[in-house]
Design a protein around this ligand. Structure first.
Ligand code: KG4
Ligand code: ZN
Length: 335
C-alpha cells in the first residue's frame, strides 16, 4: 500500500510517498527556517503563507520522485494535530481537496505519533510494545507505545519542552534560531562540568520534567557575567546545559523503563538528533542489555515520510476521516 503523506504543522512544508509504513519511495521537505531566523522564532502568519505557496510544488515533487501519479496512490495521510493552527489547516485542506478529487481514503495523523513512527522507517525490526521518549520543540513526553495506535503518556514536562529549552538557552548565547543544533555542536568541544546547573525534579511525579529553571539558570549566568564585563566560554556553558538536560531526560526515561519492565527504548522528535542524548541512551541501554533505537538523523526533524509511516498503521486500525476533518492546535497523543 502506497500512501501520499503531507506535513505542515510548523515551519516545514513536506510531502512523501511511503510503502506499507516502512519504505520511503520519496520524501521532500521545504524548510522556511531561513525566513523565521530573521525573527528569532517561527512567525505563525508567515508560516501559513509559505505553506500555501509551497504545498502544491512539494506534493508534485514527492509524486514525481516516487515515479507515480496521484491516482496510483492508495491513500492520503495528513498531520492534523497538534501544531500551529493556520499551518496545519493548509495541509489538512490540501489533503481534503485531493481526497475529494480522487476518492482516495484520508487518514488523519497525530504529529507526535508520526515522530515515533520515524523509527519504523529506520529500523525494520522495531515493533511495539516499547517505551518512547518523545522530545520536540513543543513537547517532552515519556510514552508507553502499547501498540502502533495505542499509547499512554506516563511523563510530561510541567513547563518548557526540551527543544524549547535548548532554543532559548542557545538564543541567550547568541546562536541563531533554531539553536538546539548549534548548542549541540558547541557542546562537543566544551567541558560539561564547567558550570554547576540544577537537575530539576517534579515532586511526586518521578517521570515528569521541568526545564524552565534550568533555562533561567543559564540566562542568569550570562546576564551576571555580561554585567561584570566577562564573556562566558560558550562551549563550556553549552556542554554543561546539554548535560543537565540529558541527565534529566535519561534518568527519568531509564527509571520509567525499570519500573514498568520495558527493555526496548526509543527516542523520537527533533531533540532525538542530539548527539549526547543518543549516546547516553545507547550506553544506558547497553549496560542493561536493552534495545535502543533512535531515528536516522534526516528523519528526526519534521518530515512527511514519518506521517506516511504512522498513517499506514492508523489506516490498518480503521482510522480514516471524511471531509469534515478539522485541524487541532492541541490534542493528546492518546487521542
Ligand atoms: O520535532 P521538531 O522538528 O519540531 C517540533 O515538532 O517541535 O523539533 C524541533 C526542535 C527544536 O527545538 C530544535 O532546536 C530541536 O528540535 N533540535 C535539537 C537538535 N536538533 C534539533 N535540540 C538539541 N540538539 C539537537 N541536535
Ligand atoms: Zn515535530
Amino acid at each position: 500500500m502506497r500512501i501520499l503523506a503531507i506535513e505542515s504543522s510548523c515551519d516545514e512544508t513536506a510531502a512523501a510517498v511511503v510503502e506499507n509504513g516502512r519504505m520511503i519511495c520519496s520524501s521532500v521537505v521545504a524548510s522556511q527556517v531561513e525566513e523565521h531566523k530573521l525573527y528569532g522564532g517561527v512567525v505563525p502568519e508567515i508560516a501559513s503563507r509559505r505553506h500555501c505557496e509551497a504545498i502544491n510544488g512539494v506534493v508534485k515533487e514527492a509524486l514525481g520522485r516516487a515515479g507515480m501519479c496521484l491516482d496510483e496512490a492508495d491513500a492520503l495521510a495528513v498531520t492534523y494535530a497538534p501544531g500551529l493552527i493556520g499551518a496545519l489547516l493548509v495541509g489538512v485542506n490540501f489533503a481534503k481537496g485531493l481526497s475529494m478529487a480522487t476518492g482516495l481514503p484520508l487518514i488523519p495523523v497525530h504529529h507526535l505519533r508520526s515522530h515515533i513512527a520515524a523509527n519504523y522507517l529506520g529500523h525494520q525490526e522495531l515493533k511495539p510494545p516499547f517505551l518512547c521518549l518523545v522530545v520536540s520543540g513543543g513537547h517532552s513526553h515519556i510514552v508507553e507505545v502499547l501498540d502502533y495506535t495505542k499509547m499512554r503518556v506516563i511523563g510530561r514536562t510541567h513547563d518548557d519542552a526540551a527543544g524549547e529549552a535548548f532554543d532559548k538557552a542557545a538564543r541567550a548565547m547568541g546562536m541563531p534560531y533554531p539553536g538546539g543544533i548549534h548548542l549541540d555542536k558547541a557542546a562537543e568541544s566544551g567541558d560539561p562540568e564547567a558550570f554547576r546547573l540544577p537537575r530539576p525534579r517534579v515532586s511526586g511525579s518521578p517521570y515528569d520534567f521541568s526545564f524552565s529553571g534550568l533555562k533561567t539558570a543559564v540566562i542568569n549566568q550570562i546576564h551576571n557575567a555580561s554585567q561584570k564585563g566577562i564573556e562566558l566560554p560558550v562551549n563550556d556553558l553549552s556542554a554543561s546545559f546539554r548535560k543537565a538536560v540529558t541527565d534529566s531526560l535519561t534518568d527519568h526515561f531509564i527509571r520509567a523503563a525499570e519500573d514498568l519492565g520495558y527493555d526496548t527504548l526509543v527516542l523520537a522528535g527533533g531533540v532525538s538528533a542530539n548527539s549526547l542524548l543518543r549516546r547516553r541512551t545507547a550506553e544506558e541501554c547497553e549496560k542493561r542489555g536493552w534495545h535502543c533505537y533512535y531515528p536516522p538523523l534526516p528523519l528526526c526533524g519534521d518530515n512527511a515520510a514519518m506521517v506516511g509511516a504512522q498513517g499506514y498503521y492508523e489506516y490498518l486500525s480503521g482510522n480514516t476521516a471524511g471531509s469534515d476533518l478539522n485541524a487541532r492546535a492541541t490534542l493528546s497523543i492518546e487521542l
